[in-house]
Design a protein around this ligand. Structure first.
Ligand code: DC
Length: 228
């Protein structure tokens, strides 16, 4: 049986995480947050003091990565555990994101995470969030989205998220971090961030989350993936 898959790729801060979670909840489908896997690998490399250019060690670590995803009653979103410890908040930091971007540039680490990502494709369907979901991991997905927004808007959204969590950050520093991560994700030789040739391009700069979700659901309905 073919499992319907919607892939959502794009740069950090474009709203992929929120959009994918809403779509998965609305459709009752599984959710793959592939960035979280790279972030967990990055954290494991810090914990075990493995250098981000030690490709062989990172490949071994990626293959054996001891991670669990679970949802907790009364808490929004999925919690991630690394080696038995809940590290959800820690892995979402900008610093871990930068290291994730570095380990994600290593071909051996990427291929070691492939099977783990593909295993998320289970009935009744999957919403897959990442950078190469439509170009590498699920090339046959019947609906591929490339979701982006201007750098300034992405920095403003990240800023708000951090303030809401009681963390501080300056907008200028966030713009810098976003530009640096875009550069590294878009220019790496392996699985660079780019729209799949058959992706639907959505610029969310002046769209609400609801509008983006509705647009994707309409396309999914048009293609017979869901009935609304
Ligand atoms: O989506 P995110 O910010 O949580 O991702 C963290 C890093 O992981 C991102 O800078 C690039 C990398 N990544 C990737 O290379 N491929 C994916 N499918 C998802 C994330």
């Amino acid at each position: 049986m073919t499992v319907p898959i919607i892939t959502v790729d794009g740069p950090g801060g474009a709203g992929k995480g929120t959009v994918c979670k809403r779509l998965a909840d609305k459709l009752g489908w599984h959710l793959l947050d592939s960035g979280m896997l790279y972030r967990l690998l990055a954290l494991a490399s810090i914990n075990h003091q493995v250098a981000t250019d030690n490709e062989r060690a990172l490949q071994v670590m990626a293959s054996a990565l001891d991670v669990q995803f679970r949802s907790l009653d009364g808490q929004e979103g999925i919690r991630a555990c690394l080696e038995g410890e809940d590290v959800t908040d820690l892995v979402r930091s900008e610093d871990v994101g930068m290291i994730a971007s570095k380990v994600a540039a290593l071909p051996a680490a990427r291929s070691a995470l492939l099977a783990r990502q593909r295993a998320f494709a289970e009935p009744p369907g999957l919403v897959a969030d990442g950078r190469d979901m439509g170009t590498v991991v699920f090339v046959d997905a019947p609906l591929k989205i490339y979701l982006t927004a201007s750098v300034d808007e992405r920095a403003r959204r990240r800023h708000k998220q951090l303030l809401d969590k009681g963390q501080s950050a300056t907008l200028a520093r966030l713009v810098e971090a976003i530009e640096s991560r875009d550069k590294s994700d878009m220019n790496r030789p392996i699985a660079p961030l780019k729209p799949a040739v058959d992706a639907l391009y959505i610029d969310s700069t002046s769209m609400t989350i609801d509008e983006v979700c509705q647009h994707i659901l309409d396309k999914a309905a048009e293609r017979g993936l869901v009935s609304l």
